[in-house]
Design a protein around this ligand. Structure first.
Ligand code: NAD
Length: 480
């Protein structure tokens, strides 16, 4: 199966005719090829987008909204097909793809189809000066959207839907590790009649194709989700060109558990927040901090629950833990297991690669729980982004907060307590963009989404995303 670039509503070969292999992580084998796109392919996509922009930006909001809604409808119609494609490409369990990834991709389009019809801007009357100011929010033009492999269609569409809703045209690049559902989205856009050039998808490596998008002098805004190191590099490249940047980066999120919480609910959710999608969600609570008085009980119960998780082939609906996304990523996760002892940790459960009968070459790893005592250890400071969590105890609210904030990241935090005062004190002082209290990953698409510290710059979601994808212009009218 050969995936092609999607430019001007057409599926085209890369100009250089150079290709990359695409792997199925469940079996560790190549199952397709994707374009190894060059700067010239990005330029071709840019030209298509630039040509489409004057017309698309003048579509009425109702017209744009209708097309976005149709895309949402079609994603839902093809839910099973898309979920199977996502699971095969990424290694995630089919049930997760069906319940989370694909429905959310549809919701992204549905949400922004509605949001754009409600989006408004401010006006300021300059009292006593006979002048009225109003803010015009105009689309930027051609924008770049670059997404990672962990939630492929979910995160790709989280950028594309607001960008086109706001009237921009796009040069987009999904992760080279998981290109399939972005390719299928191109087909869906053709089916619903998205005009040519509004969305263009170029496939290829970050360091070449992605870099060419970021370096393109006429692509004036970049919406990026991925690793912190890549985000810092993109910021360095884009800054001298004064591009607008939205950076959604890595995390090392604390999950703070107090003795006064609803224990059973916390336990079940903590299993999910630790290991959903093999722990490959930027929002996973990979640092579990437990109040001393319930620490031993939690440790025992948690390990028991984790032991029940089934590592299996992603296409089996009873699988809890599917395959990791790539051989390279599996090696990265294993490299952290290698340093457990030297970092003063102790593996309480898991820690081993899994060889599944009939799928011996797939990239499977046990859900792993590591007990640590020093928050400064690398296991607690670096993003592992796999099925690996650490647990440690704390004594006081102040200790919990200090430990939680003692990392360079600041994406999200989870808090388990039934004490309102404690909730407010800790939620206010956590240095993260998102705080969940007595729940995890409950998403309302109207809310600002993003991270503090080295987890990113800017916010996605709701009107924040529409603000990002528009340029505000103040118009001042003087009257007599
Ligand atoms: P990555 O940074 O390696 O790649 C992300 C995307 O950027 C890919 O499409 C890649 O090809 C591209 N890229 C790489 N180098 C580039 C360059 N020089 N110029 C332009 N583009 C380039 O990240 P990944 O390994 O795909 O994803 C995992 C990371 O993403 C984790 O750190 C995770 O926390 C983060 N993430 C963050 C969020 C969030 O919302 N904050 C969500 C999901 C994932």
């Amino acid at each position: 199966m050969k995936i092609k670039n999607y430019i001007n509503r057409e599926f085209v070969n890369p100009i250089s005719n150079s290709w990359l292999d695409n792997y199925n992580p469940a079996i560790g084998e190549v199952y397709g090829q994707i374009p190894n796109s060059s700067k010239e392919d990005v330029e071709k996509a840019y030209q298509a987008a630039a040509k489409a922009f004057p017309k698309w930006s003048n579509f009425t909001l109702e017209e744009r909204s209708k097309i976005l809604s149709k895309i949402a409808d079609l994603i839902l119609e093809k839910l099973d097909f898309l979920a199977e494609a996502e699971s095969k490409d990424n290694g995630k369990s089919i049930s997760l793809a069906k319940q989370v990834d694909i429905p959310r991709a549809a919701s992204n389009f549905r949400f922004f189809a509605n949001a754009i019809t409600q989006f408004s801007s401010e006006s300021h009357e300059s009292v006593g000066l006979n002048a009225i100011n109003f803010t015009l929010r105009q689309p930027i033009g051609v924008v770049g959207c670059i997404s990672p492999w962990n939630l492929p269609l979910y995160l790709f569409t989280w950028k594309i839907a607001p960008a086109i809703a706001a009237g921009n045209c796009i040069v987009a690049k999904p992760s080279e590790v998981t290109p399939m559902t972005a390719h299928l989205l191109g087909k869906i856009c053709n089916e619903v009649g998205l005009p040519k050039g509004v969305l263009n998808i170029v496939h290829g490596l970050g360091t070449t194709t992605g870099q060419a998008i970021v370096e393109h002098p006429k692509i004036k805004a970049i919406s990026f989700t991925g690793g912190t190191k890549t985000g810092a590099h993109i910021a360095r490249v884009a800054a001298p060109m004064f591009k607008k940047l939205s950076l959604e980066l890595g995390g090392k999120n604390p999950n703070i558990i107090f003795a006064d919480c609803d224990y059973e609910k916390m336990l079940a959710t903590t299993v999910r927040s630790s290991f959903a999608n093999q722990g490959q969600i930027c929002l996973c609570g990979s640092r579990i901090l437990v109040e001393e008085s319930i620490y031993e009980k939690f440790k025992k119960d948690f390990i028991q629950k984790v032991a029940d998780l089934k590592v299996g082939n992603p296409s089996d609906s009873s699988t809890d833990i599917g395959a990791l996304v790539s051989k390279q990523h599996l090696e990265k996760v294993k490299s952290y297991i290698d340093i457990v002892e030297q970092e003063g940790g102790k593996i309480l459960s898991g820690g081993l690669e899994v060889t599944l009968p009939n799928y011996e070459n797939g990239y499977y790893f046990q859900p792993t729980v590591i007990e640590i005592t020093d928050n400064k250890c690398r296991l607690n400071q670096e993003e592992i982004f796999g099925p690996v969590v650490t647990i440690m105890s704390f004594k006081t609210d102040k200790d919990a907060l200090t430990l939680a904030n003692d990392v360079k990241y600041g994406l999200s935090g989870t808090l388990w307590t039934n004490n309102l005062n404690r909730t407010m004190q800790i939620a206010k002082q956590l240095q993260t963009g998102i705080v969940w209290v007595n729940t995890w990953m409950l998403r309302d698409l109207r809310t600002p989404f993003g991270g503090a510290k080295e987890s990113g710059v800017g916010r996605e979601g709701g009107f924040e995303a529409l603000r990002f994808f528009t340029e505000p212009k103040n118009i001042c009218i003087k009257y007599e």
